[in-house]
Ligand binder design. Structure first.
Ligand SMILES: [Zn+2]
Length: 247
């Protein structure tokens, strides 16, 4: 069975205990697989968490986290001391980094909805990438520079409404029906829960729901104000919008 992902159930979990299922060494790096983890592996346009794994006489400084082919979460980093299969460790994630990425990720969902409200059309977002300083969304829509203030205004109104962010797990056929009301569909970003085969959906309450395996804040208010930085044409009708959230 692959790594249990604690961040899916509780994105506010900052520390946890786990058992080492596998450990490999390559060059100066160690690669650790745990039975459960709160570390988010790079994916869905959201960068990995960083932090550390601690045992009695060892510390792994986690600099990269990724998913392997078997669906396990791999913690990569520099090890001081010794760790073995079967050892128990305490994990600590770099919360400042993660929380900002959660705000950036929730801002992405808000902005997609804001662009749809602006055009009054289910505009497609074809790619998304979140980072600490600035993030970007690629839209299939004729967004012009002079539209940015208005789109930003719609997004910040959603922030001010302080809507709850709700996570639900639905059977694929239920999910398909549910997503239709938000002009979304499963084929775009399919993400099944490993244990139940259910689809994880992240909803801005009564506004916009989408399948997503990322980490989100509890409410739109927690995102803080959203600032659109610039737009550029990527060709073929795709427009990139860069944005950030307040410090
Ligand atoms: Zn998402």
């Amino acid at each position: 069975m692959s790594t249990q992902r604690l961040y899916l159930e509780d994105p506010y979990l900052k520390s946890f205990e786990a058992e080492i299922m596998n450990i490999k060494f390559e060059d100066s790096k160690a690669y650790v697989i745990l039975d459960r983890t709160a570390f988010y592996p790079t994916g869905g346009g959201q960068p990995n968490d960083t932090g550390r794994l601690e045992a009695e006489n060892a510390v792994l400084t986690v600099t990269n986290v990724f998913e392997d082919d078997a669906g396990n979460v791999v913690h990569e980093g520099l090890l001081s001391g010794a760790l073995h299969i079967g050892d128990y460790v305490k994990g600590f994630i770099n919360w400042e980094r993660r929380h900002r990425l959660m705000r950036m990720h929730t801002a992405a969902h808000i902005l997609i909805k804001a662009v749809r409200i602006f055009f009054n059309m289910p505009v497609k977002c074809v790619s998304a990438s979140k980072d600490l300083d600035k993030s970007r969304l690629d839209f299939q829509a004729p967004i012009r520079r002079e539209m940015l203030p208005q789109i930003e205004g719609i997004a910040n109104k959603i922030v001010d409404e302080n809507r709850r962010i709700i996570v639900k797990y639905l059977e694929p056929n239920e999910a398909e029906i549910y997503l239709k009301k938000y002009d979304e569909s499963l084929n775009l970003y399919m993400r099944k829960h490993e244990l139940t085969g259910k689809v994880r959906i992240v909803e801005i309450e009564n506004l916009y729901g989408v399948p997503c395996g990322g980490t989100h804040v509890k409410s739109t208010g927690e995102v803080g104000s959203i600032k659109l930085l610039k737009r550029m044409s990527k060709g073929k009708g795709i427009v990139r919008v860069e944005y950030t959230v307040e410090p």
